[in-house]
Design a protein around this ligand. Structure first.
Ligand code: SF4
Length: 328
């Protein structure tokens, strides 16, 4: 079947992926393959803007690729690769930097957030992060970028940068990417307060065993007003219930919704049911992960092959870009 266009998305190498990554991005990556030519990039250069150490970078890249492939990303169809394997992106980043006003970068809300998070390491790479992100996207003449609502300003920035470049050099060599805003469920961590995140240690890794999963699920914070088993609860303020809505059957969701409110089910049993359903949902992914993990060289081969295919597209774009600029 003819595909509708090219999709690009990148994610930092954060190692073993968790339910937040899975529901927020990976599931969507897998689904998009049916309709689009997809390019999925592990953006290790971006990671350098904020990491304290690169000791785990390689292993994190491997683990992340393993989860992507186990979840159903098909490397024979899609290009899966590591950002630093395509140096053309750094070249394009430099050229795009020349058409980007500095004030525009420092005004971006995400830059201000990063400065708050890393006040002692506000490096030039951090300021230019959206330029590198734009280079990632436009290097592959991407038609569509799947984004969460919070990423919209970055894509808008990318579109403006493309317009500036094309105007500056009187060309149409770069393509403005469109956004595909994806509705993703807001996945909170086990603390029930903040977004699920590895750095907050409130996450549930995909690669856990069923027993480990249950152990973590049992630590999830529930309705804080429900102190005793006999207290009625409010599922609407409980993250366990939010997760039931994702992983449990309609009947189970209805049962929890009713029984929690009249103290007919205790939080322990409610969590056990959730853990069972998460484990059932992830069983095929975990089986495939274990199978793939037996052959680590194949994961690296997939990434290498993806890099080779990405470089062909990148070099084509860059030869057009260099010509448009008028470089010798
Ligand atoms: S019974 Fe379930 S939904 Fe209700 S408060 Fe406990 S964990 Fe949350």
């Amino acid at each position: 079947m003819a595909k509708k266009g090219r999709v690009f998305s990148g994610a930092r190498p954060t190692g073993r992926q968790h339910l937040g990554n899975y529901l927020g991005a990976i599931k969507n990556y897998v689904a998009l393959q049916d309709e689009y030519d997809c390019i999925y990039c592990i953006v290790d250069v971006h990671a350098l803007t904020t990491v304290d150490t690169t000791a785990d970078l390689k292993q994190n890249t491997y683990e992340m690729a393993l989860d992507w492939l186990a979840a159903g990303i098909r490397p024979d169809e899609s290009i899966v690769f590591i950002q630093s394997q395509v140096p053309q992106v750094m070249e394009l980043h430099t050229f795009l930097s020349m058409v980007t006003p500095l004030g525009k970068l420092t005004d971006l809300p995400t830059f201000k957030d990063k400065v708050r998070e890393h006040p002692h390491n506000v490096n030039l790479g951090l300021v230019g992060y959206p330029v590198l992100m734009t280079a990632d996207i436009v290097l592959y003449k991407t038609d569509l970028v799947p984004v969460g609502i919070d990423q919209q300003p970055h894509i808008e920035f990318a579109r403006e940068t493309v317009r500036s470049f094309n105007y500056r050099y009187n060309t149409n060599v770069l393509v403005e990417p469109a956004m595909k805003v994806t509705e993703v469920p807001k996945v909170l961590g086990t603390d029930g307060q903040q977004k699920m995140s590895k750095s907050l240690n409130n996450h549930i890794e995909l690669a856990l065993t069923p027993e480990e999963t249950q152990k973590v699920v049992m630590t999830m914070v529930t309705d804080p007003q429900r102190i005793r088993r006999s207290d009625p609860g409010d599922p609407d303020v409980c993250n366990v219930f939010t997760m039931h809505k994702i992983f449990s059957s309609a009947q189970e969701v209805a049962m929890v919704n009713t029984e929690c409110r009249r103290a007919g089910i205790g939080c322990v049993d409610c969590k056990k049911l959730l853990a069972k359903n998460i484990n059932a949902h992830l069983a095929p992914l975990r089986e495939k992960r274990n199978e793939l993990a037996q052959r680590p060289d194949e994961i690296w081969d997939v990434l290498k092959d993806g890099g080779n295919r990405a470089r062909v597209i990148a070099e084509q774009t860059m030869s057009e870009v260099r010509e448009a600029i008028g470089l010798a």
